[in-house]
Structure formats: C-alpha cells, structure tokens
Design a protein around this ligand. Structure first.
Ligand SMILES: *Cc1c(COP(=O)(O)O)cnc(C)c1O
Length: 404
C-alpha cells in the first residue's frame, strides 16, 4: 500500500538543476526594462540610446562578476546557444582559414547534450574528429587524460565546470593550464551553466578562453545567457544578420533578458558562500537520514565528506542516489503525486528512454542508471520540506520494492 501521509498544499520543488523559478527581484527588473527600455539598441534616437545603455550596463555587471572585460561578454539566448556558438564557431573559423582541413576536438563523455550533440553533428558532417575522455568513478576528468589525447591539430577542448546530474566539479583551472601547456593553439571552453549559482567564476582563476553561463539555472530568465570570448579569439558566428553582439550574435538584442540575467548572476554571486554552506548542511542531514532508513541507496558522484567550501568537489545542492530495485521514472511520478518534484538523471532527456549517459559514464551498471533520482535543493528549500520527503520516500521505496 502506498504511504498515507498528509500532503502539503505547497509544492516541494527539488529540481533546481533542471531550472529555477524567476527571482521576484529579477522579474521586476525584467518587466520594467521591457517597457521602459523597449527601443532597439541600434537606433540613434533617445529610445535606442536608452536600450543600448541598459544593455551595456548589464554587460559591465556580468564582466564585474567574471572579472573580465565588458567586450568579452556576448549575450545569447541561453546555455545551449552559447555552447553551439563556441563549438561551431571555433571549428568553422579553423576550417575557413585552413582550406577546410578536418580538425580534432576533445570533450568528456559526461557533458550536457548541448556539447555532445554539437560535436557529434560535426563528426557526422566529417568536419571534425572527436575524442571523448572517460571520467573516473566519481565523475572527475583528469588533466593528464586530456593532455594524453591532445594532438598538434587539436583546436578545441570542452569540459564542463560542474556536472548537471551528479554535481561533480571539475578542476577546470588545472585542465585549462595543462591543455594550453600541451598545445598553445588549443582553445579551452567550459560549460559553466550549473556552476554559476555556487562557484567562483573569475576568468583569470579558471584560465578558460570561452565560458558558457545561462540564466535559467540561477533564478534568471530562460533563454538568457552569455558566452565569454577571450579578447582576440576568433570565431565564426552561428547566427548571421545585422552584426549585433560584436558580430557573434545577430538579431535585435533581448535587453530585458540581458538585464535580468545580469541581476540574477550578481545576486547568486553575492549570496553563494552563505547559501552553499546552508545547502551542504541540509543535504548532509537528508543524506544521513536516507542512509539510516533505506537500504541499498547508493550515492552517484563525489563523496559528501570530501566536499568543502575551500575545496569543493560536488555542487552543494546536488544529491543523486540510486535506489536499487526501484524504477526511477516510477518514483518521480509517485513523488509528484505527493507534491514533490525531483528528476531521474537529466531533465532534458525525459522523452529519451535511454538511461543516463552520465551514470553509465562513471562506470555504474545499467541498474544504477535506471534507478537513479536526482534531488537538487534551492534557495527556498528548508529542512521541514526534506523531512516530509523522507516521510514519503522511506515507505514508498519499500512498497515499490515489494511489488517489483
Ligand atoms: C541547463 C544546461 C545547459 C543548457 O542551457 P539552456 O539555457 O537550457 O539552453 C547546458 N549545460 C548544462 C550543464 C546545463 O545544466
């Protein structure tokens, strides 16, 4: 029988890695900007100048968080677009200046599909050859494995800052440094969509040439984001037209989206240290209670003990567990009926019946991938909510195992 507990009126949202709600402060500024600065930033008259000024001030705000130049920030329509711009942009620029030569690119096997499928598309076209680096059992990509794969014609390495499914934080600085040392012509891109709410984004500390960030994971607008492009680095645009965003992203700028993204990023950066420690503590209590009350619940990704603010190994809000003998998808639907929102593996692949490429990518058997549940806490998550989740989870897992 399914657990009988009193269901809360308010939904318990524990899928912040899929997307976040809009921060009310961000919403306000987005609404305000859409009406007050509705002009086209390219127009010469007052309305245009006002929109341009709002856009450029958002660019400066983002650059201040990244500690880079404002003209190194390209506003895009989100993480996927930034990633596509980075990958296609580098490859097509290389081919244009090298008589269509095939190039080599490197990435990890546990990247977001925006990276993996962009590279696969280029492979299919026959324009690149790709190497997919296997991470270790906790999802870490080792710099020496990347270096071993570098060839004289390796033009691009793309490794994500933090994994969206299992929360593994990559040693981006070490990887970037090793890549540049092995081949000074190789460009290093990092998909930092999951990192923006929790980690240090200062470019000089990361050593990246290209960096992708988006708004939808940091309480900002969906379809907003940026691509950091190191000064002097050349890429072909993905979208052609009027030449906006330094020629890299044509189309009338989404000024309100850019302003909202800048606001969301600044807030995240200002509050992250305090918030990280609160989330780690909540997560630790929740995990210990699960361990105590549910057998065969296995953690996917880095150990929680080794994860500290000084030396972060795992996103502080991420808990990914395999409840062996229980089908993850069934669990998501049952939890939904109890007012709880969580996900199996990656939200972007719910229409895709294949088990998570990340859980399989760290060497877990199929059974782990099919029974995995990702809890990702957010800034409104409180202990009482997790206590309730536990009250549902313990008998639910027992019941689903019984009827299996
Ligand atoms: C969400 C996400 C993306 C895609 O970003 P969109 O803004 O949804 O296009 C890419 N990479 C990672 C790691 C993500 O978490």
């Amino acid at each position: 029988m399914l657990p009988r507990v009193k269901k809360p009126k308010k939904r318990i949202y524990l899928d912040h890695a899929a997307t976040t709600y809009l921060d009310p402060k961000v919403q306000k500024i987005v609404n305000l900007t859409s009406t007050a600065q509705f002009g086209n930033p390219s127009s010469l008259y007052l309305e245009g100048r006002q929109a341009k000024s709002a856009l450029e001030s958002a660019r400066k705000d983002v650059a201040a968080v990244l500690k880079c130049r404002a003209d190194e920030i390209i506003f895009t329509a989100g993480g996927t677009e930034s990633i596509n711009t980075a990958i296609f942009g580098i490859v097509r620029n290389f081919r244009l200046s090298n008589k269509g030569k095939t190039a080599h690119v490197i990435t990890s096997s546990i990247e977001h599909h925006a990276v993996l499928n962009s590279i696969r598309a280029l492979e299919q076209e026959g324009t690149v050859k790709a190497t997919f680096i296997k991470p270790d059992k906790q999802g870490f990509v080792h710099p020496e494995d990347v270096v071993r794969a570098i060839k004289p014609d390796t033009i691009l390495v793309s490794v994500m800052y933090a994994n969206n499914e299992i929360g593994t934080i990559q040693p981006i600085h070490e990887i970037a440094r090793a890549v540049h040392k092995a081949n000074s012509k190789t460009v290093f891109h990092s998909d930092a969509c999951q990192a923006s709410g929790a980690l240090d984004l200062e470019i000089y500390k990361l050593g990246v040439d290209l960096l992708t960030l988006n708004g939808s994971k940091v309480y900002g607008p969906k379809q907003s984001g940026i691509l950091f492009v190191r000064k002097g680095l050349k890429l072909e645009p993905l979208i052609y037209g009027g030449g906006q965003e330094m020629g890299l992203r044509s189309g009338t700028e989404n000024v309100a989206g850019a302003v909202g993204f800048a606001q969301a990023l600044q807030t995240a950066n200002k509050t992250r240290l305090r918030e990280n420690s609160r989330l780690r503590s909540l997560r630790s209590t929740f995990y210990k209670a699960i361990q105590k009350n549910i057998s065969e619940a296995f953690l996917n990704g880095p150990d929680l003990e080794g994860d500290t603010e000084k030396d972060p190994k795992r996103l502080p809000n991420n808990l990914n567990l395999s409840f062996l003998g229980v089908e993850g998808e069934a669990m998501v639907l049952y939890l939904d009926s109890y007012q709880i929102a969580v996900s199996t593996g990656s939200a972007c692949s719910t229409t895709n019946p294949d088990p998570s490429h990340v859980i399989l990518g760290i060497g877990r058997p199929h059974e782990y991938a099919l029974s995995s549940i990702r809890f990702t806490l957010g800034k409104q998550t409180i202990k009482a909510e997790l206590d309730y989740v536990l009250k549902v989870l313990v008998p639910l897992v027992a019941e689903l195992r019984r009827v299996a």
